[in-house]
Design a protein. Structure first.
Length: 80
């Protein structure tokens, strides 16, 4: 899954596979900025920044379908 920050300054790429990562890159340099861990078991099916860009929501795929809201700048889970 891929999501763009409202400002256009960041890009989120959410992986598939065992213990996938959700990586936030600076754009356009594509320098890795933050790595979010533990949001789902096998794969992410969606990711989206809130309109203000302060939070990131991710949705896991099978088997857990976990919805997670992140404070992505601190790499902390706010809501699960």
């Amino acid at each position: 899954a891929i999501g763009a920050h409202p400002s256009g300054a960041y890009l989120c790429v959410a992986e598939t596979g065992c213990s996938p990562l959700c990586c936030v890159y600076e754009y356009p340099s594509l320098r890795l900025y933050r790595v979010l861990r533990g949001g789902t078991e096998r794969a992410y099916s969606a990711c989206s920044f809130d309109p203000a860009g302060a939070r990131l929501a991710t949705v896991g795929s099978s088997p857990d379908f976990m919805l997670t809201v992140w404070d992505w700048k601190t790499e902390k889970i706010e809501l699960r």
